[in-house]
Write a protein that binds this ligand. Structure first.
Ligand code: MG
Length: 414
């Protein structure tokens, strides 16, 4: 099988970003923590900290026991997003990016002569160099090159930190057979137990299973066939999962064709769009709003004669960040017009893949909720109060809604 894919995985990403920004942390055991409290768990550990047995999920008090000199740094999400974009930029300068799996994992397709082993390796080193130059000299990565994305990812996992591993057909048996079943992406503890029930305890046995047995284990002919081909290095193309946008628009009922009325509906649509985003498990990187006006003869869509505005946001899927962007954009609406229809569009969507620790995710959200709430309250207090009133009108529910109640609201609108 040709070498079709190159997989990039940043090493100890959050901890490395901290060490990149603060050179005094380099060479030292660093743990990134969500909040400054002993009761929380580490969301990332530098390689120096990993050497003491500290990993993602280790409680801070335990981590301190394992390593007396441990330096705990509170996560700085903005920094990680900036660095993520620099890495995309560096990788994209060498090869077109095929998929972004998470904040620190992405893959590219190799074409033509790039599939020759020595050329693929040279490209791998070029990528590392581009990352050092564009993201920072402390930003190390492991690169895996293989015939499909699964095997390329597994190749990347084989040498950390700072690896570059190629899995050619000849390497596959020896490289895979020494792994554990759970080293395969997509085989968690539950699936491993299921495989055990079918008498499969080693990778060699897994690789020898006929497609019929794989289909039984996975409970699906499609999945069984997929695994059969993946294990043999075939290029299994996933059905396109990349959505372009999530959008909602609404023609205003006559009594709401006012500035306040249209904003109330807009906020509701923003809630709905954010809830939809979470439901399909994507993150958005762009928020746009639009208004068409009653005095416009072509008020069917805001792009003809209406008004629209958009902005970029750090990739997110939480309601407050979307609301904050909407509130900021709304400030620039044209004055003294009678609105007819409003809409919200979330764009630059990325599938949220589980590689970002859930711990971190939960915390990131909480932080963003409170931060956005503070900003909204400080800057747009009137709008928030208005939204509460709007909500009351629409659903005969309490006249005031706190940000902490938004998940509830999302459930109702989705
Ligand atoms: Mg990583």
């Amino acid at each position: 099988m040709p070498l079709r894919y190159l997989f990039l995985d940043m090493n100890a990403f959050f901890a490395s970003v901290e060490q990149q920004y603060k050179p005094e942390l380099r060479g030292k055991p660093v743990a990134v923590i969500p909040t400054d409290a002993e009761s929380t768990a580490c969301i990332a550990a530098s390689y120096e900290a990993k050497a003491f047995g500290i990993k993602t999920g280790t409680p801070v008090w335990e981590a301190r026991k394992l390593c007396r000199g441990l330096i705990c740094v509170v996560a700085d999400h903005k920094r990680y997003v900036i660095m993520h974009n620099r890495i995309l930029d560096a990788l994209g300068s060498v090869l077109p990016i095929d998929r972004v799996m998470s904040i620190d994992e992405m893959s590219c397709r190799l074409m033509g002569d790039d599939r020759k082993t020595e050329n693929a390796i040279a490209i791998g080193y070029q990528i590392k160099k581009a990352i050092y130059e564009r993201a920072g000299d402390h930003m190390r990565c492991s690169i895996g090159i293989g015939p499909n994305t699964m095997l390329a990812k597994m190749a990347a996992d084989m040498k950390k930190p700072n690896g570059l591993t190629v899995l050619t057909d000849a390497d596959i048996p020896s490289a895979l057979h020494q792994l554990k079943l759970e080293d395969f992406p997509g085989i968690g503890p539950r699936m491993a137990r299921r495989l055990n029930l079918y008498g499969v305890f080693a990778v060699q046995q897994l690789c020898a299973l006929p497609v019929k047995s794989l289909s039984e284990v996975w409970g699906s002919k499609v999945l069984g066939g997929r695994w059969f081909r993946l294990l043999r290095g075939e290029d299994v193309i996933d059905p396109p999962s990349r959505r372009q946008t999530v959008s909602h628009s609404h023609v205003l009922p006559p009594d709401l064709r006012t500035d306040a009325g249209s904003y109330g509906i807009l906020v509701r649509l923003a809630h709905k769009a954010a809830a939809r985003l979470r439901k399909i498990n994507y993150w958005t990187g762009g928020v746009s709003i639009g208004v068409s006006f009653q005095d416009d003869p072509h008020s069917g869509g805001w792009h003809s004669g209406g008004w629209d505005a958009g902005c970029r946001v750090p990739h997110c899927q939480d309601t407050p960040t979307v609301l904050l962007a909407v509130a900021k954009l709304w400030k620039d609406r044209p004055p003294n017009r009678v609105p007819f229809k409003v809409g919200v569009v979330l764009s630059d969507l990325r599938p949220a893949k589980s590689a970002t620790p859930s711990l971190f995710e939960a915390d990131r959200k909480a932080a963003e909720v409170s931060k956005a709430m503070d900003e909204v309250n400080a800057e747009f207090g009137a709008s928030v109060i208005h939204f509460g009133a709007m909500h009351g009108l629409e659903h005969a529910a309490p006249t005031r809604i706190a940000f902490t109640q938004i998940p509830d609201f999302d459930r109702r609108v989705s």
